[in-house]
Design a protein around this ligand. Structure first.
Ligand SMILES: Cc1cc2nc3c(=O)[nH]c(=O)nc-3n(C[C@H](O)[C@H](O)[C@H](O)COP(=O)(O)OP(=O)(O)OC[C@H]3O[C@@H](n4cnc5c(N)ncnc54)[C@H](O)[C@@H]3O)c2cc1C
Length: 340
């Protein structure tokens, strides 16, 4: 359980009073904030990085899978010249929404813990404390990669995040993974002049890869433009490549650079510091009521991708944005009841 005020490890400071503190300024956090604010609640969004920080970190030329209307929040139209919005379109869109709603944002301020009691919580950040009646945790999953767990994985030529291919023209690049991110990175890298080797744990490219990407990759492998090793286990990252166990036996695969695009998971350390329990199911689902999204801490809610735990594809922007109305509606009702 979290520390009480008296035994807090964090220095006390005067607490600002809000009705709702939203942790995380991703698309879902912003949707929650604006829906609560529109219902007359005093709202503050605390974000450890930039506005829509996860999207800032996505591949530079990334194209969303969703059409623009499915990414809209707060009924703001998402105009775009493209059938599928680009990352830059979305960055611009969510910034305009946040500005249009005049949301109170505390950017580059990491939340560390949650103290206090129901109705009188204190959100502890690296810069101070925020007093609030309710908390909405919309922290996503993009900050904690699923690490390989092999020797050498901290070497500087391995990254769990892919931005763009241009630094790798004429170089050997290993991509580890077989889902959408790995598939798109492998294709982009090959087209930008890198010699790409794809290392895949399973027997084939995942069936969950989008239907317009998968055949492209399968055909590039068939024509030899991308080398792929299936049923392959990574044994170690080395200074000049990857040691892997392939069906043909152990191999050293030379690489100037390695992208391990093996997915991400929620920050369970943060959830524990917020006092939120984890269900003992396969997805390690952060504890919340399915209908209300309220956690085991009364008045503390989960929203967006974080709700799925290790099942990071269960909730995304398209469906996670609807959590905002569900949660904000409850908070407004609670406010009305308190007045009666
Ligand atoms: C390459 C890619 C393409 C995608 N395409 C689509 C698509 O087409 N359609 C779709 O619907 N979804 C798509 N998704 C998924 C979608 O982007 C995520 O599901 C979405 O960002 C979830 O929104 P969120 O607000 O729940 O979390 P996030 O956007 O991840 O926001 C969480 C925020 O919380 C902040 N945070 C975390 N910890 C703390 C802390 N301790 N203190 C303060 N702030 C904190 C983070 O910095 C971050 O800004 C895609 C994902 C990827 C990776």
């Amino acid at each position: 359980m979290p520390a009480t005020f008296a035994e807090s490890a964090f220095p006390a400071a005067p607490a600002a009073l809000f009705d709702v503190v939203v942790i995380g300024a991703g698309p879902v956090g912003l949707a929650c904030a604006l829906e609560a604010q529109r219902r007359g609640l005093r709202v503050c969004v605390v974000e450890k990085g930039a506005l829509v920080n996860s999207l800032v970190g996505y591949p530079t030329n990334m194209e969303f899978f969703s059409t623009p209307e499915l990414l809209e929040i707060g009924n703001y139209p998402f105009p775009t010249a493209h059938y599928k919005p680009l990352r830059e379109d979305a960055l611009d869109y969510y910034r305009r929404v946040a500005a249009g709603e005049n949301l109170t944002l505390r950017l580059y301020e990491r939340v560390l813990a949650l103290e206090g009691e129901p109705g009188a919580y204190e959100v502890v950040t690296e810069k101070g404390r925020l007093g609030t009646r309710y908390v909405i945790v919309a922290t996503g999953f993009f900050d904690v990669p699923n690490r390989l767990g092999v020797p050498g994985e901290d070497l500087p030529h391995l990254s769990y995040y892919y931005k763009e291919p241009y630094a790798h023209a004429g170089q050997s690049v290993v991509v580890i993974g077989a889902k959408n991110s790995a598939a798109k990175a492998a294709l982009q890298l090959a087209r930008a002049g890198a010699q790409v080797t794809l290392l895949v744990r399973g027997a084939e490219i995942s069936e969950s890869v989008k239907y317009w990407i998968r055949p492209d990759l399968v055909n590039r492998i068939a024509e030899g433009r991308i080398t792929a090793h299936f049923n392959t286990t990574i044994q170690a990252i080395e200074a000049d490549g990857v040691r892997a166990l392939t069906p043909a036996g152990p191999q050293h695969i030379p690489a100037h650079f390695i992208y391990a695009l093996t997915g991400y998971h929620p920050d369970y350390g943060l959830l524990t510091a917020l006092g939120i329990h984890t269900r003992p199911d396969a997805a390690c689902t952060p504890w919340h009521q399915e209908e209300t999204f309220e956690t085991n801490r009364p008045g503390v809610y989960l929203a967006g991708t974080v709700c799925g735990g290790l099942n990071t594809s269960r909730w995304f922007i398209e469906n996670g944005r609807h959590h905002a109305q569900v949660i904000a509606g409850q908070l407004a009702d609670r406010g009305q009841q308190a007045l009666m």
